[in-house]
Design a protein around this ligand. Structure first.
Ligand SMILES: Nc1ncnc2c1ncn2[C@@H]1O[C@H](COP(=O)(O)OP(=O)(O)O)[C@@H](O)[C@H]1O
Ligand SMILES: [Mg+2]
Length: 245
């Protein structure tokens, strides 16, 4: 079988771990505690699509206020308003309730953007907020599936950002989202010799191999930069690594 087409994230080092990027049209979950870099990674992915691949993007946010989001993006050198003007980006500030309802309506701003702009990349920040719609895990799963099926149908390569973290990844995942997505990317803080560092790991990719190492990354102007694997440490994903060998 031919290798599936890839959509790079535009995050150096991470694309390498993913063997070139996400499979085009697939859905990835990006999990991490607050401040680990999820929103930054999402903006970087959309900016890369617009600037380097002429691919329109959709950012649905339940988390940020417009002025905060545009300002934070500018600090990285990403002018989201310009991209919106050029028809390469649509930022939608909404609530999970309105978002879910809008998926049903062909005339909603989101479906209009998907249709008119030919959206190829999407980021939902964050799916954790769906827990405000319902406390029933079965119901929650239905909402996730509805959204994911919509994205898959349109073959939109998507990052779903999730605040669920901790070692108890699976049990904490009430809607079992990690089972229905194609890839899981984990962002974590780790403490090494009393210094906090950032670590990234790819936990799963469907239908392709991936780098199983845990790598160090930094956030700089321009976004995430993924560097070499951590060596000689075990238990990194627990956040409290110990030295090996
Ligand atoms: N211009 C910048 N240069 C360096 N680091 C930055 C810059 N902007 C934000 N950061 C860092 O990025 C982190 C915020 O990441 P963010 O993507 O908002 O996290 P999350 O969405 O996971 O909560 C903060 O820890 C901050 O230190
Ligand atoms: Mg965020």
């Amino acid at each position: 079988m031919a290798d599936p087409a890839r959509t790079p994230l535009g995050i150096g080092g991470l694309d390498e771990m993913l063997d070139g990027g996400l499979v085009t049209g697939s859905i990835a979950l990006v999990q991490g505690a607050p401040g680990t870099g999820k929103t930054t990674a999402g903006m970087q992915f959309l900016h890369d699509g617009a600037k380097n691949h002429d691919e329109a993007g959709l950012l649905v946010t339940f988390e940020e206020f417009p002025h905060t989001l545009y300002r934070d993006a500018l600090a990285h050198g990403w002018n989201l308003r310009d991209l919106e003007q050029e028809g390469l980006l649509r930022v939608v500030f909404t609530s999970p309730q309105v978002f879910m309802a809008s998926l049903q309506s062909p005339t909603s701003p989101i479906n209009e953007a998907i249709r008119e702009m030919g959206v190829r990349r999407a980021v939902v920040d964050s799916v954790t907020q769906f827990q405000s719609i319902t406390r029933d895990p079965v119901d929650l799963r239905a909402h996730y599936n509805h959204m994911i099926n919509g994205l898959r149908r349109e073959r939109i390569t998507s990052l779903l950002l999730s605040e669920d973290s901790g070692p108890d990844l699976v049990r904490g995942d009430r809607g079992r989202l990690s089972f229905v997505v194609d890839s899981v990317i984990l962002l974590r803080y780790v403490e090494i010799d009393s210094v906090m560092q950032r670590a990234v790991a790819v936990l799963k990719t469907r239908g392709s191999d991936h780098d199983k190492s845990i790598r160090r990354f930094e956030i700089e102007r321009g976004g995430l930069v993924v560097r070499e694997p951590f060596r000689g440490r075990a238990g990194l994903l627990s956040g409290v690594p110990r030295r090996t060998g």
